[in-house]
Write a protein that binds this ligand. Structure first.
Ligand code: SF4
Ligand code: SF4
Length: 367
């Protein structure tokens, strides 16, 4: 299972699309429970993946270190803005299998969302982590919001000196309502920027596969494309890819269990407390509604439990987002025969897909 542990609900940044304060997150700033209580529950799991989450998780380095010391066999993942990464002592840094770096693309995009000095801090600290010996996955985790040019921002990260193992993004959509309260004209953005952008990205992804000639490093590591294609090649239908409430639980600083780390104050999302065995609270809230009758659920998985449950943009807005997902799925289907041909000719190996960090490391995959 995946355990999203809120080590701090406070954040040292104030990003434009985020409500990441203890008040917004409806929980105390620091863990109020004993780390031993948390580890007692996780201990029962043969293959635990612990994701330190926030707020900014590195505002609580002593707590993070304590958990790591108590259960060293776990797989550790950090989702962080990385502006405090230099403060994480090296022995703990090296225990992480993956760092999901919150970086939205080009310096100007990061500057718009996170502040003018943040891009350079991220780059400096991730470089420093690599110099200190970090060899785990470094994953670029983008918010795709009002200032994002998805093509330009993803391209920037794909050729970045930090050599990200993969790039993925989350659409800043279906959190607030009505649909255009911040976006102004979301459909116009999709039609003129986002959809053409992902089509260009996909064309380049396809090119990179066709010309890789057996060399994995030539394949563009764009997360939704790789993971959806993998599912299609293996003909393996997916569940909710972020695993919220099915294989993942979030633990608030006051020891509550949530399906999804967002919306800690909503009753439906509160599924237990540290007194409960995490496995026993899984599958209490599952994807339903429109997704149940969608022919693409097998590849999409339902995209987002929070959006599926809250339907903030009503059916009309929900379906607009689905069209973006379906665009990606159709593009993957279109190149499936080519990919199968490459596999049959030995110009590509199935293990290429697994070299790109996947949902095990808490990647939501579907934008
Ligand atoms: S494409 Fe839309 S309706 Fe279909 S499974 Fe995904 S989120 Fe649900
Ligand atoms: S994709 Fe949706 S349900 Fe999953 S973790 Fe993110 S907000 Fe929660």
């Amino acid at each position: 299972m995946i355990y999203f542990v809120f080590s701090s609900s406070a954040c040292n940044l104030s990003c434009s699309y985020c409500g990441g304060t203890p008040e917004d997150l409806h929980m105390p700033e620091k863990p109020q429970y004993d780390a031993v209580e948390l580890v007692k529950q996780i201990e029962k799991d043969e293959d635990p993946v612990i994701v330190f989450y926030g707020g900014e998780p590195l505002l609580s380095i002593p707590f993070v270190s304590q958990v790591m010391d108590l259960i060293p066999r776990a797989t550790f993942v950090l989702q962080s803005n990385c502006t405090l990464l230099h403060l994480l002592p090296t022995p703990y840094l090296l225990k992480f299998s993956a760092i999901l770096v919150s970086i939205d693309g080009r310096p100007q995009t990061v500057g718009e969302y996170r502040g003018p000095t943040i891009y350079n801090k991220i780059v400096r600290n991730v470089k420093d982590a690599k110099q200190r010996g970090f060899t785990g996955h470094v994953i670029a985790r983008m918010a795709c919001s009002l200032k994002t040019d998805i093509y330009e921002d993803v391209k920037h990260l794909l050729s970045h000196e930090l050599k990200f193992d993969s790039v993925y993004w989350q659409l800043d959509a279906q959190w607030d309502y009505p649909m255009n309260i911040r976006w102004g004209d979301f459909e116009y953005y999709l039609a003129t920027s986002y959809i053409p952008g992902i089509q260009r990205l996909f064309a380049e992804f396809k090119e990179s596969l066709l010309n890789a000639n057996g060399d994995f490093t030539k394949m563009l590591s764009i997360s939704p494309f790789v993971q959806i294609l993998q599912s299609m090649v293996l003909n393996k239908h997916t569940g909710l890819r972020c695993s919220a409430g099915t294989k993942a639980v979030s633990i608030t600083t006051d020891g509550r269990y949530l399906c999804c780390p967002v919306a800690s104050d909503e009753d439906w999302n509160n599924i237990g407390t540290l007194k409960d065995e995490p496995k026993s609270v899984m599958d209490k809230v599952v994807i339903g509604g429109i997704c149940d009758t969608c022919e693409d659920k097998k590849w999409c998985g339902g995209r987002c439990l929070y959006a599926n449950h809250t339907m903030h943009w009503k059916e009309e807005g929900f379906k607009i987002i689905c069209e973006t997902v379906k665009t990606i799925i159709r593009m993957c289907e279109d190149i499936l025969p080519d990919v199968k041909g490459l596999l049959a000719d030995g110009k590509m190996n199935l293990d290429w897909f697994d070299k790109v960090p996947n949902e095990r490391y808490s990647i939501e995959t579907i934008p």
